[in-house]
Design a protein around this ligand. Structure first.
Ligand code: PBG
Length: 325
């Protein structure tokens, strides 16, 4: 029986009714804030391609981490811009690198804040690719060894979670093994399991200085056209020891988020990437949409699709909005 017995609008009449039947609730518990650490001291420079986000020296990163924790956000994700780059990205596992120093300082100053580190090489290699180059291609197996060095150095610094974002085959397994051997069996792996070769990383590459100097990343990141393949990627990462699996980007890949959650029932993260943030920011700056509403809607929908938590450049704003500020 349909209309007029059934009227869907009855429960939409006022906010009290809407609250009672709301299926998805965005909370500060769902947020991870990505941060960019640079060499130097006293540096807090706004990133042109990511308005509201900053290049931070370690001392400033500690201050921001404290603000983030005070807002109730459970975790941050650290990226590093190194003082030097070379062929294999050796600054990525330098114990005195920006990320390693930031992890130590933040874990000391704000011990309750979960520190996740991005494990990749593209910010550290002179050519901007995510691994060791052999005959113009990223060599998968040679790269694995380098990635384990990076992950181990982050664990040594005190990272709670390492997040490999390189998309090499087999990296979760070798990282798990290396961490266990080094005595870091409690350090979790958040794997960028279904990471697509996306145009939406543009603003990040400007922020991280990590655009490839030649070619593109389609030889290792996934083809945006593929969904079933994402399930295979995720299944393999789970087998290799991933604790949390990520889908990235988020908004154009909500079907993948849903399928991963339903298929595996694992903790699923989704990354609202730089290009997604930039689109909202740019439109809001032109007065074409309401930033707060657009951000809250997009994050709520990412959660509705099945994400357990979301990495987002809006995390501090969202925490303030949810707290009613
Ligand atoms: C490093 C990495 C990238 C992002 C996260 N880790 C860039 C890339 O793969 O080119 C993108 C994050 C964003 O766009 O916000 N491999």
């Amino acid at each position: 029986m349909g209309f007029p017995v059934h009227r869907m609008r009855r429960l939409r009449r006022n906010e009290g009714l809407r609250r009672l039947v709301r299926e998805t609730r965005l909370s500060v518990d769902d947020l991870v804030y990505p941060m960019f650490v640079v060499p130097g001291e006293g540096v807090r420079q706004e990133i042109p391609s990511l308005p509201g986000n900053f290049h931070l020296s370690v001392d400033e990163a500690v201050l921001v981490a404290r603000e983030v924790a005070d807002l109730g956000i459970p975790a941050i994700l650290l990226f590093g811009l190194p003082p030097y780059k070379d062929e294999d990205g050796s600054s990525a596992w330098d114990p005195e690198g920006p990320v390693q120093r930031a992890v130590r300082a933040i874990k000391k100053a704000v011990p309750g804040l979960v520190v996740i580190t991005d494990v990749c090489l593209c910010e550290y290699t002179a050519h901007g690719h995510c691994g060791h180059i052999e005959r113009g291609q990223v060599d998968n197996d040679a790269t694995l060894e380098l990635l384990t060095e990076v992950a181990r150095s982050h664990a040594e610094a005190g990272a709670d979670v390492v997040a490999p974002s390189d998309m090499m085959d087999g990296r979760v397994g070798v990282i798990r093994e290396a961490l266990d051997e080094a005595g870091y069996s409690e350090v979790a792996i958040l794997s960028y399991a279904a990471k697509y070769a996306s145009a939406f990383y543009g603003p990040f590459r400007e922020a991280a200085g990590s655009a490839p100097r030649f070619g593109d990343r389609r030889g290792y990141q996934m083809d945006p056209a593929n969904g079933a393949e994402a399930l295979r990627e995720v299944a393999l990462d789970i087998e290799e020891g991933a604790d949390v699996v990520m889908v990235k980007p988020a908004m154009a890949y909500l079907d993948v988020v849903r399928r991963v959650k339903e298929t595996f029932g694992m903790p699923v993260a989704a990354y609202q990437v730089s290009g997604e943030a930039a689109m909202i920011k740019a439109a809001a700056q032109r007065g074409w949409l309401d930033e707060r509403q657009a951000v809250l809607e997009s994050l709520t929908c990412i959660k509705r699709a099945g994400a357990d938590f979301i990495l987002t450049y809006f995390a501090p704003d969202v925490a303030r909005w949810l707290a009613g500020a």
